[in-house]
Design a protein around this ligand. Structure first.
Ligand SMILES: Cc1cc2nc3c(=O)[nH]c(=O)nc-3n(C[C@H](O)[C@H](O)[C@H](O)COP(=O)(O)OP(=O)(O)OC[C@H]3O[C@@H](n4cnc5c(N)ncnc54)[C@H](O)[C@@H]3O)c2cc1C
Length: 596
């Protein structure tokens, strides 16, 4: 059965040595977290993830969720008790505003909690995971009454939230959406329509569920400009906020799916359900984007978290499984064979995943800190720079971490040979669970188009220019460092590829949009590699400084080797990506549809 050990020490290294958490003490909530408190918080959630949530992961997969004839849904055995512990521990509202019952701690801590929880049990994590986006959305767009009614309950984890966009005929293209909203004399709306694939649409973990539903008010324009966002609770709150009568929002069925069986993916039927408008009419997509952007980062973390889980189990197996002898000579003469960790090909796989995970985690933490700056800095310039960073990096984190995260779970499965294909070892569940993260919250092809088509040129390219400038300045400032040079040089080459690719789009995609569409996926991955290469340089620099002080040598030495591996064996991929981008769209688009 799979094991999981939350990477607490790795997180502490990132927070304290690489990003210097204490530098952010001017921001609300940071000064409350001393070094001791930080470690205590991480160890506490690590224990919950390892001891409570992870043992339920297999049970959830085998048992799945069960829908009763009346539409109620039962979650797998143990989920309810675990949820009680999780919500009771205050983890849902860890970073939420104190005025609504949250703890007001940095968002960065929530991002760390998310990784641990998702590694331990991805299906479980999604029940409250969606509440994070709903909380952010309500803070930004809710009325005072909506905030007072919903925020304290969502933050306490007493209620959970869902996001309802997808309909049978409409997924990516939300302009086709048909769910209807009819205004009522009391200011509410009657919502009618069918939503599919709704994560955590119905369950028995909380007394109430708050559905955030995109719908079109009668007579509103067609397309996305006619969409509005509605709060549609499962149980209608009474005047004191406590849940009252049942709304006409019912789970029609649960989807049978490839993975995350422990999470109920529901068809939701709204038949004249009572809803309240959130934000302005016809600007529902803008409000929903507040929720979606939080969810996209969460999904990116899912990719990393499953990659980490797969890595830990593959590494353990590789040290245990005896097959063949090392090609450089027998390493364990006392045993019938050497463990497969001696084989370079197995190490190639493990090192690739390890090098990716550590950089991806740094990228997530760096971005989470920007999220804190965005929400908590009083400085307008800092706030804008952080907002730019998040806009630019969100599609990269979502797309790259989930594409490569899934690929890593498959690579880890290979380490198990045939034992990885049968259910007993549990690695195949990780592969199945990880797959969906590439699909939902905007399929990854759409993330790549978002990056190239929207984010790159936004505000005259301000965000992209700032990112490229930051990496270039980092390289320039350290150009004389002999110890860092082996890491800086490959990053410099890769940065040049990214600059060349950006230029190529400017010159070749403006008049020929297919060139952007055909190269977008490679560009997104190239962007991810440059960002992770930059993260590696910063981690190596921090590790070298610690080594110079004689601290923590084993962990730091491993950092230098893993960073070198990333530079030598993963970063060179940007050359191939550049070649594909510059090949343009011709061979992609030439064949007529009938030829396929
Ligand atoms: C387990 C699970 C849970 C989910 N949870 C939720 C949820 O909680 N709430 C919710 O609302 N939805 C949810 N979804 C739905 C999910 O977000 C959609 O499946 C996803 O957005 C893609 O939509 P689609 O399936 O209709 O695919 P389509 O939109 O039909 O896309 C099919 C393919 O075409 C590509 N494509 C489409 N349009 C374009 C274009 N213009 N340019 C280039 N490529 C394009 C896509 O990238 C994709 O690869 C969930 C899905 C699953 C499987």
């Amino acid at each position: 059965m799979p094991i999981y050990k939350a990477p607490v020490d790795e997180m502490l290294f990132l927070l304290q040595d690489v990003f210097r958490f204490d530098r952010y003490n001017n921001l609300r909530g940071f000064a409350d977290v001393s070094a001791e408190a930080l470690e205590a918080i991480l160890r506490q959630i690590a224990r919950l993830a390892e001891e409570v949530l992870q043992p339920l992961n297999r049970i959830g997969d085998l048992e799945g969720c069960r829908r009763e004839p009346d539409g109620r849904v039962a979650t797998p055995k143990g989920f309810k008790e675990a949820y009680r512990q999780y919500a009771g521990g205050g983890w849902v509202g860890l970073s939420a505003p104190v005025e609504f019952g949250g703890q007001g701690l940095p968002e960065t801590l929530t991002m760390i909690v998310n990784e641990f929880v998702v590694s331990a049990n991805m299906a479980f994590g999604m029940y409250s995971g969606l509440s994070q986006g709903a909380i952010a959305m309500l803070i930004a767009h809710g009325t005072p009454v909506q905030k007072a009614t919903y925020l304290p309950r969502l933050i306490a984890g007493e209620w959970t939230a869902t996001m309802n966009l997808t309909e049978p005929h409409c997924g990516t293209d939300l302009g086709l959406l048909r769910t209807k909203a009819v205004p009522q004399p009391d200011g509410s709306y009657q919502i009618t329509g069918t939503k599919i694939f709704i994560s955590a649409g119905e369950h028995d973990l909380t007394e109430n569920i708050v559905h955030l539903v995109l719908a079109r008010i009668e007579g509103a324009p067609s397309g996305t400009k006619g969409l509005s966002l509605f709060l549609v609770p499962k149980l209608l709150p009474q005047s004191d906020g406590t849940p009252g009568a049942h709304n006409n929002a019912v789970c029609g069925s649960i989807e049978h799916k490839m993975g995350i069986h422990g999470n109920a993916t529901c068809v939701m039927n709204y038949e004249g359900a009572s809803g309240r408008l959130v934000g302005e009419a016809n600007r529902g997509l803008q409000a929903m984007f507040t929720m979606m952007n939080v969810a996209r980062l969460y999904v990116g973390v899912q990719g990393l978290a499953q990659s980490e889980l797969a890595y830990q189990n593959a590494a353990l197996y590789a040290k245990d499984r005896l097959q063949g002898r090392a090609i450089s000579g027998i390493k364990f003469p006392g045993r019938a064979a050497d463990p497969i960790i001696v084989h370079p090909d197995i190490r190639r796989v493990l090192m690739s995943i390890k090098a990716f995970n550590e950089a991806a985690r740094a990228l997530v933490i760096w971005t989470a800190l920007k999220e804190d700056v965005r929400h908590r800095s009083p400085d307008e310039k800092e706030h804008q720079a952080a907002d730019d960073h998040l806009g630019l990096l969100t599609p990269v984190i979502k797309g790259v971490l989930t594409d490569q995260g899934f690929a890593n779970t498959v690579a880890a499965q290979q380490v198990f040979g045939g034992h990885g294909y049968i259910a007993e070892t549990g690695i195949e569940q990780i592969v199945r669970d990880a797959r969906v993260a590439m699909i939902y919250e905007g399929a990854n092809g759409i993330q790549a188009l978002d990056l190239v088509g929207r984010k790159l040129g936004k505000d005259g390219g301000r965000a992209a220019i700032a990112f490229l400038k930051e990496v270039q300045s980092y390289l320039n400032e350290r150009a004389d460092s002999d110890t860092l040079n082996p890491y800086l040089r490959p990053l410099g080459q890769t940065l040049a590829h990214l600059q060349q690719a950006s230029m190529w789009f400017m010159q070749n995609a403006v008049g020929k949009a297919d060139n952007a569409g055909a190269g977008a996926n490679d560009y997104m991955h190239m962007f991810g590699l440059v960002a992770m290469g930059y993260m590696w340089c910063r981690m190596v620099e921090a590790a070298q400084a610690k080594l110079a002080r004689g601290e923590n040598t084993e962990h730091c030495r491993a950092k230098l080797v893993t960073g070198r591996f990333f530079m030598e064996r993963i970063l060179p991929e940007t050359a191939a990506q550049l070649a594909r981008i510059e090949a343009g769209a011709d061979s992609v688009m030439e064949l007529p549809a009938e030829a396929f």
